[in-house]
Design a binder for this molecule. Structure first.
Ligand SMILES: C=C(O[C@H]1C=CC=C(C(=O)O)[C@@H]1O)C(=O)O
Length: 431
């Protein structure tokens, strides 16, 4: 980990200015594929980052909390008044499990990797703003000023729409293996070893030519306005991207928002979902866990009295909103340590469910189901990286999972994961 503490003083210089235009993704036309991207259309939040003025990585599980904590320090000297709407400025995420062996495909994303982009463009009201970051040192202010001018002079006005007809994707995933895994979990639950476990699988997809990551992002945000669309590119160009409906934590000073999202049905199945005993149990396990996990870090916690139905394009979920006032001295790192992994992606009892996954899942989840998003001084928004894929050239590995409780059936859990994969397959251009 690179040290980053308030005692050291600012490590970066930054300036910002308004930018004509409406869409940060349009910057791909002049600056290339962004290194980070984040958009929540319903909240009118959109931000794209290019380059890396700073990188903070954890190299051992014991460093994870310290790295997250460091991102909350004020390490930037601003030449201009900083906008209160500035997202980040650190963007990145971490693995679902810091202790599991790393598969080759995930090596470049590391255990946790956070980037301070060189250029950050975000939506500010009805226009855009740009910030440029440079390491402190002689000439840094000039670098910031001249780069700001260059971005302003060349930033494309127009929004880039995905082009091209849908293509045939070659896909592969083993249904018998997944169904056998579900049966094994149901057996373990029946034997009293577990109450709930969330099982995931990978789906390999290959296109006729390299995927255009900017097009994929544009489709994801268009199809999923209620989700957070994200991209985090590793130095070798491998992109982890997706559109997730689940917030792990949104922190603003002492205010925390989180949610329980578990229990799923096909679109149109909202009434049945609301009445489904199996889905209610699956959901309540998550609500109970979050309320308990927040007790040591919060001065007060409140939750919606009843779950509501969250309708997405290809799937509907049960959702309970949860809010808390954080206790003194509790930062984003402590919130994440308390919450992750929730039983929406792990299970209950937590340690037994996680051991079941290590023993039986046979999958490196990498950053799938891990916390990803942005962090800055006193503020953060981290989502659970669901409905996501690791994309490299013409190949994509998609990840999808489903919660298993007593009464789950292998066939319907397979169908649920198929439904959950649709948004990403369409975004990849599949027909
Ligand atoms: C694990 C996933 O979804 C979680 C979030 C919402 C609903 C879920 C469910 O009903 O199983 C899962 O807990 C996934 O999409 O890969």
């Amino acid at each position: 980990m690179t040290p980053l503490s308030p005692a050291e003083g600012p490590r970066w210089v930054a300036g910002m200015m308004p930018l004509p235009g409406v869409d940060p993704l349009a910057g791909a036309g002049s600056l290339g594929v962004p290194s980070v991207y984040w958009e929540r259309p319903v909240a009118r939040e959109a931000v794209a980052g290019w380059g890396e003025a700073g990188v903070l990585e954890a190299h051992a599980p014991g460093e994870l909390a310290a790295v997250l904590g460091a991102l909350g320090h004020d390490s930037v000297r601003w030449l201009d008044a900083v906008s209160p709407q500035l997202p980040g400025p650190w963007f990145g995420g971490m693995r679902f499990s810091p202790t599991q062996p790393v598969d080759g495909e995930w090596r470049s994303h590391g255990l946790a990797r956070w980037t301070l982009p060189e250029v950050l463009v975000w939506r500010e009201g009805s226009a855009l703003a740009v910030a440029v970051f440079a390491p402190e040192g002689p000439g840094a202010e000039d670098v910031v000023r001249s780069r700001l001018e260059r971005v302003r002079a060349s930033f494309p006005q127009s929004y880039r729409h995905p082009v091209g007809a849908p293509v045939a994707l070659r896909t592969a995933s083993s249904r018998p293996d997944f169904e056998a895994l579900v049966d094994r979990a149901v057996e373990a639950i029946g034997a009293g070893q577990l109450h709930k476990v969330v099982l995931a699988r990978a789906l390999e997809a290959e296109g006729p030519e390299p995927f255009d990551v900017v097009d994929v992002l544009a489709r994801l945000r268009e199809q999923n306005p209620r989700c957070a669309t994200f991209l985090f590119r590793a130095p070798d160009g491998t992109g982890f991207l997706g559109a997730t409906p689940e917030t792990l934590c949104r922190v603003d000073g002492r205010r925390l928002e989180t949610e329980a999202l578990a229990g799923s049905a096909a679109p149109g199945g909202a009434d049945a979902l609301d009445a489904s005993d199996k889905d209610r149990r699956e959901h309540e396990a998550v609500v109970r866990y979050i309320l308990q996990a927040l007790t040591p870090v919060a001065a007060s916690v409140s939750a919606d009295a009843q779950p509501s139905v969250l309708a997405l394009k290809n799937v509907v979920h049960l959702r309970t909103g949860i809010r808390a006032e954080l206790a003194d001295g509790v930062d984003t790192a402590k919130v994440v340590t308390a919450l992750h992994p929730t039983p929406a992606v792990g299970g209950t009892p937590r340690e037994r469910a996680l051991s079941f996954l290590v023993e039986h899942e046979s999958l490196d989840r990498g950053w799938y189901a891990g916390p990803v998003g942005w962090v800055g001084p006193g503020r953060a928004h981290l989502v659970v990286a669901l409905r996501s894929a690791l994309v490299r050239g013409a190949k994509a590995r998609l990840f999808v999972g489903a919660g298993i409780v007593a009464g789950s059936s292998a066939e319907s859990e397979w169908r649920e994961t198929e439904m959950k994969s649709l948004a990403m397959l369409r975004a990849l251009g599949g027909r």
